[in-house]
Design a protein around this ligand. Structure first.
Ligand SMILES: Nc1ncnc2c1ncn2[C@@H]1O[C@H](COP(=O)(O)OP(=O)(O)O)[C@@H](O)[C@H]1O
Ligand SMILES: [Mg+2]
Length: 313
């Protein structure tokens, strides 16, 4: 079980997608020293102003021959690709092809899983995220994550969103208020909850809880947001709201979204990566990554075509 206090905005037990162990009160941690992988201005307390030119290129990943094994069994092999900054990249592929595994590599949530081995190079903004000098807690503040099932903490709406900033050491009420309101607005839930910020998060509907979790992730001002099938537990209306939120965030941060839903990938993403495990004897790998329109109209690989036309998976 991952202690949420140690994972900042990436707040679930990623191995099982079960809700994170609940903090009874939000502990305050000293802000860890931030390595250069996280742009410095990001490490400082967020301004609520929009993106500056200086960081318009931040939030890009390069993966070189990334392989992941669990207890000696290789799940994912030699995955290499570039994730563009301030774009939405969708990860698609049948169950078990390593989408969640790959996503967890991007903010080192795999570190929490016993027996996991990650090989290859994963650089974020040109820096190896697995380097010793990188603090995983700071990394996860910058690379936030939203999970399949909404996993709000058993706290009020306000305290859920304020959790990450408090962990970063912010105590001033005015400052916290501004961050909470700004984050709820960006996650498109503010209008629904603005008069009930003290309400317990569990009183919200599933769709509202998921948008609250997005707000919680946004509160540490991430440069990257990872979303692992964020709509799979939601009804179509809530799904539409989450997709609208992704559209609104797309210019201000890099988003990597795992989805089983081809239409969703086509609607929300700029690029799509197709992963496939061809047999149980072999690890999964990347079949292709291309801009989403091309992927869904003229896939280069026959296997991609078979998958997106519903012939398997
Ligand atoms: N925590 C874990 N421990 C052991 N094996 C795991 C773990 N998580 C995933 N795997 C294995 O890795 C492979 C890829 O799983 P996963 O990344 O969850 O795929 P996807 O998200 O595409 O369904 C599967 O064979 C799965 O059983
Ligand atoms: Mg998964």
């Amino acid at each position: 079980m991952v202690n949420p206090a140690n994972t900042a905005n990436a707040t679930a037990d990623t191995a099982t997608d079960t809700p994170a162990e609940a903090p009874t009160e939000a502990p305050v941690h000293k802000a860890p020293e931030v390595h250069t992988v996280v742009p410095e201005h990001r490490a400082e307390r967020p301004s609520t102003s929009s993106t500056s030119d200086a960081d318009s290129k931040s939030g890009h990943f390069e993966l070189e021959k990334v392989s992941v094994s669990y207890g000696g069994d290789m799940a994912l092999k030699d995955v290499s690709f570039y994730i563009e900054p301030r774009k939405v990249t969708a990860l698609i592929g049948p169950s078990g092809c390593g989408k969640s595994t790959l996503l967890r590599c991007l903010n080192r949530m795999n570190d929490a899983i016993d027996g996991v081995k990650v090989e290859g190079l994963i650089s974020l903004n040109g820096e190896d995220i697995n380097a010793k000098a990188v603090d995983p807690v700071s990394l996860r503040m910058y690379v936030g994550q939203v999970f399949q099932r909404p996993n709000p903490f058993p706290l009020s709406i306000y305290d859920n969103v304020a959790f990450g900033p408090r962990t970063q050491g912010i105590r001033k009420k005015d400052e916290l208020d501004e961050i909470v309101i700004d984050s709820l607005k960006k996650a498109a839930i503010y209008e629904e909850v603005k008069n009930s910020l003290k309400k317990h998060a569990f009183e919200l509907s599933g769709g509202q809880q998921q948008r609250l979790c997005i707000a919680r992730a946004l509160a540490t001002k991430p440069g990257v947001l990872l979303m692992d099938e964020p709509c799979s537990a939601l009804d179509p209306i809530s799904t539409g709201m989450i997709e609208d939120t992704v559209q609104q965030l797309r210019d201000s941060m890099t988003i990597v979204i795992v989805t089983h839903n081809m239409q969703q990938a086509a609607r929300v993403s700029d690029s799509t990566a197709f992963l496939l495990r061809e047999s149980i004897e072999e690890p999964a790998g990347l079949v292709e990554i291309t801009d989403t329109t091309t992927m869904f109209t003229q896939p280069r690989d026959k296997r991609t075509e078979n998958y997106i036309t519903g012939r398997f998976g």
